[in-house]
Design a protein around this ligand. Structure first.
Ligand code: SF4
Ligand code: SF4
Length: 358
């Protein structure tokens, strides 16, 4: 049996629950003397991105509408950038979900990317999947796997398959110890059971039912190469558990929320931020997800990405900041609001919700 998840930062009233505290903590790190000086960014992401692109970082369109349905989750992982957990209550309302479907039409976005928390726990999850699929959109469910074993949600394996929803499932590692260290005792075993159920239903085997796994480092380091890790993961999960999946995404841990708390307890915040800045890869800037994605919060507020959403860095440049005020042209060409956390998207091979960007 999995051990019960611990409290969120929000519940434990940690100062780190406050996004302003998180932003200030990253801004106060002294980055002089590292490669940040060599690139002349000095930890200024906007300057580094502008130098790489030859223009300020801006959106190029809205191809993906990413909906964050709330903070509820059955787990409370150590690295969670959302500070989600069973003690969180935030959830999207039906009125906001209806508006999301209207904006999906108005924006022309071809992909609806649903995240949370565990988005399946939202009262709007099935409504949004049905609405987006009926309108012919590609739908992604960012799933933590273990939720699919929880009684009220066990029907979702069939539901997802019937609607041909792409499942992008997070699994820190193919080894039990590393996964349970990040997610809680017993979570790895549950994840394997869930993956087997998805495979039995056709996920990872039927080309119409795409199953992607997402891994992030279990520690203060950058992900290894995505292509070589995918080969290793496919081999190991097949050999040990007869599990199939289509692709592996590697994602860099962002120094925010509970991962920032973890860095703070290990006295690793300075070293990790410096690592991200020193690994800045100009070639990765073109592929950062804020360029083609618009992020919607559970309360309808708009953001450049899910990370900015958690840090409460709203849209800049006077563009509409709430889904009720949606206007395509200014939002599709908006200037992106950035901060030091953005170096997490451009370190090494780059990192996005779609994995490495180079
Ligand atoms: S990382 Fe994902 S599964 Fe873990 S607590 Fe956060 S939202 Fe839930
Ligand atoms: S953190 Fe968000 S705003 Fe910053 S580069 Fe990454 S996707 Fe863009």
């Amino acid at each position: 049996m999995p051990t019960p998840p611990g409290p969120s930062l929000h519940r434990s009233r940690s100062p780190l629950a406050d996004p302003r505290w998180q932003r200030a903590r990253l801004d106060e790190v002294d980055l002089a003397g590292g490669r940040g000086d060599v690139t002349e960014s000095h930890g200024d992401f906007a300057a580094a991105a502008e130098a790489a692109l030859g223009a300020p970082l801006s959106a190029t369109g809205i191809e993906i509408l990413q909906l964050n349905l709330g903070r509820r989750c059955n787990l409370a992982c150590v690295h969670c950038h959302v500070d989600a957990g069973p003690d969180r209550k935030e959830d999207m309302s039906r009125a906001t979900a209806e508006r999301c479907l209207e904006v999906m039409e108005a924006s022309g976005a071809g992909v609806v990317d649903i995240t949370g928390g565990a988005p399946e726990m939202s009262d709007q999850f099935e409504f949004l999947v049905r609405g987006a699929r009926a309108a012919g959109r590609h739908v992604i469910d960012r799933c933590n796997l273990s939720i699919l074993l929880t009684r009220p949600y066990a029907h979702l394996v069939d539901f997802l398959a019937e609607h041909q929803v792409e499942v992008v499932a997070s699994l820190p590692h193919y080894r039990k110890l590393s996964t349970d260290r990040q997610r809680g005792d017993g979570v790895f075993d549950d994840s394997i059971v869930a993956l087997r159920r998805l495979n039995e239903r056709g996920y990872g085997r039927d080309p119409k039912l795409r199953l992607v796994l997402v891994t992030n480092p279990v520690g203060a380091f950058l992900p290894a190469g995505q292509a070589s890790l995918e080969v290793e993961w496919k081999r190991e999960l097949k050999r040990a558990y007869d599990i199939d999946f289509d692709a592996l995404f590697t994602i860099t841990n962002m120094p925010i929320s509970r991962y920032l708390e973890w860095l703070e307890t290990k006295c690793q915040t300075e070293a990790y931020l410096r690592k991200l800045v020193d690994a800045f890869n100009p070639a990765s800037v073109d592929g950062v997800m804020c360029r083609n994605t618009l992020s919607v919060g559970w309360d309808g507020r708009l953001f450049d990405c899910d990370f900015n959403q958690m840090l409460e860095i709203g849209l800049t440049g006077g563009v509409p900041g709430h889904i009720d005020e949606f206007e395509l042209e200014p939002l599709a060409r908006r200037r992106v609001a950035t901060g030091r956390h953005c170096f997490g998207c451009t370190a090494g091979a780059g990192s996005s919700c779609g994995g490495a960007t180079t």
